[in-house]
Design a protein around this ligand. Structure first.
Ligand code: MEV
Length: 312
């Protein structure tokens, strides 16, 4: 082919962050309204990247894009076309560095685009392995949840060392995600938990086990359209996450504001210690009131994802 595209979208951890590092399960949900489109076009010379934050030759991409550069070089080698002349355009509505898996989504869309260009079939497992080339360079993440779940466009159940398992989701509810504006640092947050576990092993392990139990309970409610039961599980998870030291005053402010404005539940998402929170609301709730409360409580940016079950 002369031109090919690859798509993917954002996703977010609903439950299980941090506990997943200690072998408890986590649940990640797709955010189909925040998406990524990669277009590869063959040309006569050059290897050109056209992204919002970088335009120029592949070979001159700076350190922040090292994962993507290496991924593309490995793909070209795999297809035995290391000198292929192309332009690769990345169009995305996924916010960067907000725990929504933007880098993994970029990797997935790039891999899909090149496999489409070379008209080669691609399994989910292969896609996941390819995405991991980029993710291990960009994040070196301890549980690998981002790379593992990026290849799936459906909700997944993830346990460290295992393949993610697509799970049923039958949910009429809205997720509201708000950014504290405080740059979350996943690596730092993971080390906070590791230290807590050394200093206070029994208590900390209890919180991690409780977080795993909440993921297990949530799986059922997610499949049975029980947002009213899922909400309180999220809020309880937040209490445990706060207890192991990964919340932040700004996160707590936003979480309380969302709950007071009528959310069914709210918690941090991803690494914490800043970063983003998410709230769950009934589709018939006053979503605008929750958004207004979050804005008033200092949210920098807000994203809304509505899930609706199509019933035949
Ligand atoms: C970060 O997205 C999720 C954490 O559980 C870290 C990890 O699983 O690698 C905090």
């Amino acid at each position: 082919l002369k031109i090919a595209t690859g798509k993917s979208h954002a996703k977010i951890i609903l439950l299980g962050e941090h506990a997943v590092v200690y072998n408890e399960p986590a649940i990640a949900l797709p955010l189909p309204d925040l998406n990524m489109l990669v277009t590869v076009t063959k040309r006569d010379f050059g290897q050109i990247i056209l992204a919002e934050n970088y335009q120029g030759p592949l070979s001159e991409m700076t350190e922040a894009f090292e994962g993507i550069r290496q991924l593309i070089n490995r793909l070209l080698k795999f297809f035995k076309m290391p000198n292929l002349a192309f332009s690769l355009k990345i169009q995305s509505t996924i916010p960067l560095e907000r725990g929504m898996g933007s880098s993994a989504a970029t990797a997935v869309a790039i891999v899909r685009a090149f496999f489409a260009l070379f008209e080669t079939p691609l399994s989910n497992l292969e896609l996941q392995r390819w995405a991991n080339v980029e993710e291990s360079i960009t994040h070196g993440s301890p549980s690998g949840i981002d790379a593992a779940t990026a290849a799936h466009d459906v909700p997944v159940w993830f346990m460290k060392g295992n393949l993610p398992e697509p799970i049923a989701m039958d949910l009429d509810a809205t997720l509201i995600i708000a950014d504290t504006g405080v740059h979350g640092q996943t690596g730092l947050a993971v080390s906070v938990v590791r230290e807590q576990l050394q200093n206070d092993p029994i208590e900390t392990q209890n919180h991690l086990t409780a977080l795993g139990d909440l993921s297990r309970a949530a799986r059922n409610f997610l499949a049975k359209n029980s947002a009213d039961k899922l909400g309180p599980i999220m809020t309880t998870a937040q209490e445990h996450l706060d207890a192991i030291g990964v919340s932040h005053p700004y996160l707590n402010n936003l979480i309380n504001a969302a709950l007071e404005a009528g959310a069914l539940g709210a918690k941090l998402t991803g690494g914490g210690v800043g970063g983003a929170m998410l709230a769950l609301a009934d589709n018939h709730a006053d979503i605008e009131a929750i958004i207004a409360a979050l804005e008033k409580a200092g949210a920098r940016e807000i994203w809304v994802q509505k899930y609706q079950v199509k019933r035949g």
